[in-house]
Design a protein around this ligand. Structure first.
Ligand SMILES: Nc1nc2c(ncn2[C@@H]2O[C@H](COP(=O)(O)OP(=O)(O)OP(=O)(O)O)[C@@H](O)[C@H]2O)c(=O)[nH]1
Ligand SMILES: [Mg+2]
Length: 344
């Protein structure tokens, strides 16, 4: 699941990428896109460590891709758009640290994405139309007809300014559009890259809608702060009266926006978090750990971190009947600790 940092040239994508992943932007990769992982911090890890004193702690990570910035003049954008399409979730990075009109930028960037989508859909409609003129077996003709109908609905929605991620498309319709990797279908988040001394970030965050959250982050400043020692940093923050951005919160927001979630495994050897799609089942969780666990899956033993922390030990969990036996199709919830029982 790739989360693409996208935006106009110089909006601060690489700055944000470096701050979130700790990986410096490599100029050699500027034209192709650079991938990096950001570990997902979680306060519950420390709680589990107090109980298990594990030898090892491993955090699940989300994958971020720093993409080449689009040009406002559209020159050379076609090739760049191809790279943006590979992302499964979009983070629109908008500059607000200089005298650019960030809201106008946000609107026109979105328009650029919509127009690129419309071009793809329109071209495909024409091609399908051409194919349907030829004599075809009935089955094939019907498939094309279905594609045609779906694409026309999709195009109409785009023309009406309704993104597909907000339309409730049926599985059948999604099957048709999936191959095009339309921007309009991808979940998104907006990050406004504010100046170090921004006084009113709420003028941006207030633009959040139920579908698209808008966050304000002084990326340049955060990157500088992250390079300081904790002591220097604390002094600096105090002196300047700064409230640093909660990096962990932002990463967790990216996790949920991209439709992912985490679950835990815990023991004396290792306390660990794992990625799973939201709504993922015990069988998928098992498969994420190791395909052997999915193949030989018997059941999942599940407890929650909050129960474990409250009662203090696994023994108490069992004594109080807080350990559940769950089947393959159990839907994993946030806070679940899993032990997969399997046969080899
Ligand atoms: N003052 C200030 N400058 C910033 C901030 N973020 C980025 N910059 C500067 O803006 C310029 C572009 O930043 P990048 O992070 O490279 O932008 P980008 O979006 O990756 O640019 P492209 O890859 O060319 O599209 C650099 O000179 C940064 O130092 C910020 O929050 N505040
Ligand atoms: Mg860059």
């Amino acid at each position: 699941m790739k989360i693409g940092l996208v935006g106009y040239q110089g909006s601060g994508k690489s700055t944000l990428f470096q701050w979130l992943t700790g990986v410096p932007a490599d100029p050699a990769l500027a034209h192709t896109g650079q991938s990096g992982m950001a570990a997902i911090p979680d306060a519950r890890i420390a709680q589990l460590c107090e109980i298990y004193h594990p030898k090892k702690v491993t955090l699940a990570s989300i994958e971020l891709v720093d993409t080449p910035g689009l040009s406002r003049t559209h020159e050379g954008n076609a090739a760049r758009m191809g790279m943006l399409r590979e992302a499964d979730c979009l983070v629109l990075v908008v500059a607000a640290f200089s005298d650019t009109d960030s809201l106008a930028d946000l609107r026109s960037f979105d328009e650029d994405l919509v127009l690129a989508d419309m071009e793809i859909v329109t071209n495909r409609i024409h091609r399908v139309e051409e194919s349907m003129k030829k004599p075809l077996p009935r089955q094939e003709h019907q498939t094309l007809e279905h594609e045609q109908t779906t694409l026309k609905i999709v195009l109409a929605a785009m023309e009406a300014g309704k993104p597909l991620r907000e339309s409730h498309m049926t599985d059948e319709q999604q099957k048709v559009t999936r191959a095009f990797r339309l921007f309009s279908e991808k979940p998104r988040l907006v990050i406004v890259n504010t100046a170090d001394d921004e006084q009113h970030p709420e003028r941006f965050t207030a633009l959040s809608t139920p579908e698209v959250q808008v966050m304000a982050v002084p990326a340049g400043l955060e990157l500088e702060l992250s390079k300081m020692t904790p002591e220097d940093r604390a002094d600096f923050e105090k002196e300047m009266g700064l409230v640093a951005t909660d990096r962990g919160h932002l990463i967790r927001t990216l996790l949920t926006t991209s439709g992912q979630s985490i679950f835990f495994t815990a023991g004396e050897k290792e306390v660990r978090t794992w990625l799973l799609r939201q709504g993922g089942t015990a069988l998928e969780a098992a498969d994420g750990i190791h395909s052997d666990l999915a193949r030989g899956f018997i059941r999942a033993e599940v407890m929650t971190v909050s129960d474990l922390v409250r009662v203090g030990s696994e023994r108490e969990i069992k004594a109080q009947h807080l350990l559940r036996q769950e089947p393959k199709d159990y839907v994993i919830k946030d806070d679940d600790i899993l032990l997969i029982r399997f046969s080899v």
